[in-house]
Design a protein around this ligand. Structure first.
Ligand code: PGA
Length: 234
């Protein structure tokens, strides 16, 4: 069983999500399917498809206009929330420390945080890929998270760019993440790969050791693109 998570970012409509859920009902798979969608779509009846949010406040409640708390997300029936996605890190200056606080809020509300880590092109070119991934995991993942978390390796330079690292690079990154988590006392944590996953590379990527699934952006928006990714892994 693999995790196939879609990240709709700021795309879609409630009707588009209903259509996607309808199309997914006919898919015969043992994989776990998660759709992380804008807050406004979280309340729809999603059948067997688990829904998630894409961000969460570091605060529990109060005078924080525009923020949405983990408890509020959980109240919709959502089970997951992405934290520390590269677009949050890039456009909202989210640091590892903020990401960790968000992950803690999610855990306290019974949500599974999908914690993203990954290097920028600048960091890659400076030879810092491994150190950025390791510090990303050490500083963003709460040590006492237990089993209720997912980590996603998302090389930031490859997101939405049609680029992917080599299989050897993905293998090296995922081994480092798995080893770092074990070093933190966190075992059996699924580690997903995300960035430019498509139907034609999903099966190869998910056959790499320590890759427990994928986090899919653009190719999760249309069922014609998303379903072949789900069915590419038996
Ligand atoms: P992409 O996005 O699949 O469009 O590259 C991945 C992500 O941002 O999670």
């Amino acid at each position: 069983m693999k995790f196939i998570a879609g990240n709709w970012k700021m795309n879609g409509t409630r009707n588009a999500l209903k259509n996607m859920v309808g199309a997914l009902k006919n898919v015969d798979t043992e994989n776990t399917i998660i759709l992380c969608v804008p807050y406004t779509m979280l309340c729809i009846d999603s059948g067997g498809v688990a829904l998630g949010a894409q961000d969460v406040s570091v605060h529990e409640k109060g005078a924080y206009t525009g923020e949405v708390s983990a408890t509020m997300i959980a109240e919709t029936g959502a089970k997951y929330v992405i934290v520390g996605h590269s677009e949050r890190r890039q456009y909202h200056e989210e640091t590892n420390s903020i990401v960790r606080q968000k992950a803690v809020m999610a855990l306290n509300a019974g949500l599974t945080p999908i914690i993203c880590v990954g290097e920028t092109m600048e960091e890659k070119q400076a030879g810092k890929t491994m150190s950025i991934i390791e510090s990303g995991v050490r500083e963003s993942v709460p040590n006492d998270a237990g089993h209720n978390i997912i980590v996603a390796y998302e090389p930031r330079w490859a997101i939405g760019a049609g680029l992917t690292p080599t299989e050897a690079e993905i293998a090296e990154a995922h081994k480092l993440i798995a080893d770092t988590l074990i070093g933190m006392g966190l075992t059996e944590i699924p580690v997903l790969y995300g960035a430019s996953v498509k139907a034609d590379n999903a099966a190869d990527i998910m056959s790499i050791p320590n890759v427990d699934g994928v986090l899919v952006g653009g190719a999760s928006l249309k069922s014609d693109d998303f379903i072949p990714i789900i069915t590419s892994v038996k």
